[in-house]
Design a protein around this ligand. Structure first.
Ligand code: DAH
Length: 339
């Protein structure tokens, strides 16, 4: 009997097949209800008592060998069925993974940073929740200064000292406090104004502030820098500086670029003049330098500030500022090819 079982064990371990049907027949033959294993178990009672232990062990080995064999063959059959299909075909084109795109605000911000970084400006950031000093007072806008009304401020919890910054000029103040001249910094960021939302204005938008402080910085340096910027950014090389007023700069100017009057859109956006306003700028007011402990008799500087949405609207002919914040993928997907 024992010999017979050992023979069967050998038989089972040598079995091999590449056919599902043969494997199933094998299972039925050895492990099925009326299979060999059950027959052998039935014979157990006829085995002499002193051989029962050895016989029982041999039966278990037989059973395990058969079961393992079946499992092994089953998995290699499954593997074989998969090979030759998609998973193993390395020449198959990849799954079309949907890649996202940068938001147009990020694209334009990065372009502006890129242009200025080539002439030595580094990026700095400041908090969106500001105090009165950094957003107003240090920038030559003391309490009751009428120009504060120009900036419809969101205050936090009725505390007149804590507010959402109304412009990124607040980062100027912080940067000057913590760095010695020469200073060349660019501060992009989000700003907040309590304004009605329309196609042209939003209560949350983005600005980039520029600040340059050194010995002998002149208005001519400012103009040359702006000319360089408009050439790089828009491919336009005609600008004009219109006298204007900002409390933190003296003299102050608004920068227009000559956009041209070639298309109907050009007429529309320039109101028929060909000129477009793109930013404010000026020579840093000596009071602002003093407030930051920079000696205005030794140093001078220029500053400028522009709205990123406005620049993006011009570059990509976006008619409504609200489109930036709606997250409509049909809008966002149009910026896929741009980095
Ligand atoms: N802070 C101004 C604003 O939000 C923009 C600005 C104008 C910034 C002139 C400047 C500047 O640095 O020199 O409207």
């Amino acid at each position: 009997m024992l010999d017979k079982v050992n023979e069967l064990i050998g038989e089972v371990s040598n079995f091999n097949t590449t056919s599902k049907e043969e494997l199933e027949a094998f299972r039925i033959k050895y492990l099925g209800k009326k299979g060999i294993l059950n027959d052998l178990f039935a014979e157990f009672k006829n085995v002499a008592n002193d051989q029962k232990k050895e016989f029982g062990q041999a039966l278990n080995t037989f059973k395990n060998t058969a079961e393992n064999k079946i499992n092994d063959l089953r998995s290699s059959l499954e593997e074989a069925a998969l090979s030759g299909t998609a998973l193993n075909d390395l020449t198959r084109p990849g799954e079309p993974l949907k890649i996202g795109s940068r938001h147009p605000i990020s694209i334009v911000r990065n372009q502006i940073i890129d242009v200025f970084s080539r002439i030595g400006f580094t990026v700095s950031e400041g908090p969106e929740i500001e105090d009165d000093w950094h957003n107003f007072t240090a920038l030559n806008l003391p309490e009751y200064h009428p120009a504060r009304d120009m900036q419809d401020t969101f205050f936090i919890e009725q505390n007149p000292d804590i507010l959402l910054r109304t412009h990124t000029s607040s980062v100027q103040t912080r940067y000057m406090e913590n760095n010695e001249p020469p200073i060349r910094t660019l501060s992009p960021g989000r700003v907040f104004r309590n304004e009605d939302i329309s196609a042209r204005a939003h209560c949350i938008f983005h600005q980039v502030e520029g600040l340059y402080i050194d010995t002998d910085v002149s208005f001519a340096d400012l103009k040359q820098t702006l000319l360089y910027f408009t050439k790089e950014m828009f491919g336009k090389s005609k600008i004009r500086l219109r006298p204007s007023y900002f409390p933190f700069t003296e003299p102050s100017a608004e920068v227009d670029i000559y956009w041209g009057l070639e298309t109907e859109t050009d007429y529309k956006i320039t109101k028929g003049t060909g000129w477009l306003e793109i930013m404010g700028c000026g020579m840093v007011d000596p009071n602002v330098l003093k407030n930051a402990n920079i000696d205005p008799t030794k140093y001078s500087g220029y500053a400028f500030g522009m709205g990123i949405e406005r620049i993006a609207m011009l570059l990509y002919q976006i008619p409504d500022i609200r489109m930036f914040y709606e997250n409509d993928v049909r809008f966002l997907e149009q910026f896929k090819s741009i980095n």
